[in-house]
Design a protein around this ligand. Structure first.
Ligand code: NAG
Length: 352
C-alpha cells in the first residue's frame, strides 16, 4: 500500500507546518497532510512508526487506515471549531470509540452510591481560606504518570494516586505504590481488569494493613492471585486509616478537599473528544455516565481565557493529553460537574 516514509519528510514537516490551534508536535498532523490520499498514507505510516504499531495482516492495516482517517476527520473538525482545547493523533488514533471504551477504562459504579454516614472532614473549611490555585505535582505529592494499558484497572490507578498523595503529605515520602496488588487482592466489590471502584479499594487498603511499593509489586496488566506478583520479600507497606466521600454534586466541596490532598474522582471518559484530547482546558462534550476513575491533583485558572479548571492525572501514559494530564473545566454551572467529575469523589485518610 504505502511507501515507507523517510525521516526527512518528518523533520521537514515538524519544521514548517503549523496547524491552527497548535503545532504539529502536539496535534500530530499538518494542514498539508490532509491535502491528498498519498499524504494521508504517509501520515499514517509516520504515525505507525511513532507509536510502534504493527498489524497482523494487510487487511487489518487497511481497516485501521480507515478508522484512522475517520478519527483524523473528527480531530481536524474539532480543531477548526473549538479554541479552548485541542485534539491530536495520539496512540488511540486507530481505535474506534467502542474499541477504546472496551479497552482503556474500567470503572464499575454501583447502581446507587452507598449512602455515606462517614464525615466530610473539610466541610468547615471557609471558602476565603482556599488558595486560588493548588498543584500537588509542585508540592511533591504526585508520582510520574502511569499507564494502565489494555486492562480496565483505572480504579486501581485512581486509588493509588490518592494514597500516594496523602502518604507524601503526611510522611514527606513520595513513593510509587502498587496497583497490581489492588488488582490481585482487592476483590471484594472489585473485578481486576474488568472494573472496580475506588472506595472498595480504599476500604481494602485500610483493612489489609497497606500497599507495597510499585517496585516490590510491579504492574502486570492482568489479574493474578493475591501476592503472586510480589517480587521482593520486603514487608514495607504504606497504610491509610480509612476514606471519606466528598458530598456529591458539590463542586465547592471537591475544591475544599482538593486544597488539602489529591482526590480520586470518577468521570465519563469514553467520548471521542476525551480519547483524542491533547491539550487546553477541556469543556466537553461528555455526559455523566461514570466509566473511568482518575485522580484530581489540583485546580487553577487559565488567566488569559477566564477558564477555571481541575487538574486531573490520567493513567494512559505520558503521551496522552498534557503529559498524561487533562485540565477539566470547573464552574460549569452543573452540579454534577464536567463529565460528572463532582458525582463520586473520595479520598483516603491517614491519621498519625
Ligand atoms: C519511603 O517509603 C518507602 C515505602 O515504605 C520505603 O521503602 C522508603 O525507604 C522510604 N524512603 C525514605 C527516605 O524514608
Amino acid at each position: 500500500m504505502a511507501s515507507k516514509l523517510s525521516v526527512a519528510v518528518l523533520l521537514l514537516c515538524v519544521g514548517v507546518c503549523v496547524a491552527r490551534n497548535s503545532d504539529f508536535s502536539i496535534v500530530g498532523y499538518s494542514e498539508e497532510d490532509l491535502s491528498s490520499h498519498d499524504r494521508l498514507i504517509e501520515l499514517f505510516e509516520k504515525w505507525l512508526a511513532k507509536h510502534e504499531k504493527a498489524y497482523a495482516s494487510f487487511e487489518e492495516k487497511l481497516h485501521r487506515f480507515e478508522v484512522f482517517k475517520d478519527n483524523l476527520k473528527l480531530i481536524d473538525e474539532i480543531n477548526r471549531e473549538v479554541t479552548s482545547y485541542w485534539l491530536g493523533l495520539n496512540e488511540f488514533a486507530d481505535l474506534t470509540q467502542d474499541e477504546f471504551k472496551a479497552a482503556y477504562l474500567g470503572l464499575s459504579p454501583p447502581p446507587a452510591r452507598r449512602s455515606s454516614s462517614r464525615s466530610f472532614r473539610y466541610e468547615d473549611v471557609a471558602a476565603h481560606d482556599l488558595p486560588k490555585a493548588v498543584d500537588w505535582r509542585k508540592k511533591g505529592a504526585v508520582t510520574d504518570v502511569k499507564n494502565q494499558g489494555q486492562c480496565g484497572s483505572c480504579w486501581a490507578f485512581s486509588t493509588v494516586a490518592a494514597v500516594e498523595g496523602i502518604n507524601a503529605i503526611v510522611t514527606g515520602n513520595l513513593t510509587a505504590l502498587s496497583e497490581q496488588e489492588l488488582i490481585d487482592c482487592s476483590v471484594d466489590g472489585n473485578s481486576g481488569c474488568n472494573g472496580g471502584m475506588m472506595d472498595y479499594a480504599f476500604s481494602y487498603i485500610a483493612s489489609s494493613g497497606g500497599l507495597h511499593t510499585e517496585e516490590a509489586y510491579p504492574y502486570l496488566m492482568e489479574e493474578g492471585s493475591c501476592g503472586d506478583g510480589k517480587k521482593s520479600e520486603s514487608e514495607a507497606v504504606v497504610s491509610i486509616s480509612g476514606y471519606e466521600d466528598v458530598p456529591a454534586k458539590d463542586e465547592q466541596a471537591l475544591i475544599k478537599a482538593l486544597a488539602h490532598q489529591p482526590v480520586s474522582v470518577a468521570i465519563e471518559a469514553s467520548g471521542r473528544h476525551f480519547q483524542f484530547y491533547s491539550g487546553g482546558v477541556f469543556d466537553g462534550p461528555c455526559g455523566a455516565q461514570l466509566d473511568h476513575g482518575v485522580a484530581a491533583v489540583g485546580y487553577g485558572s487559565d488567566k488569559g481565557k477566564g477558564h477555571d479548571y481541575i487538574i486531573v492525572k490520567n493513567s494512559w501514559g505520558a503521551k496522552w493529553g498534557e503529559k498524561g494530564y487533562i485540565r477539566m473545566k470547573r464552574g460549569t454551572g452543573k452540579g454534577e460537574g464536567l463529565c460528572g467529575i463532582n458525582k463520586m469523589a473520595s479520598y483516603p485518610t491517614k491519621d498519625n
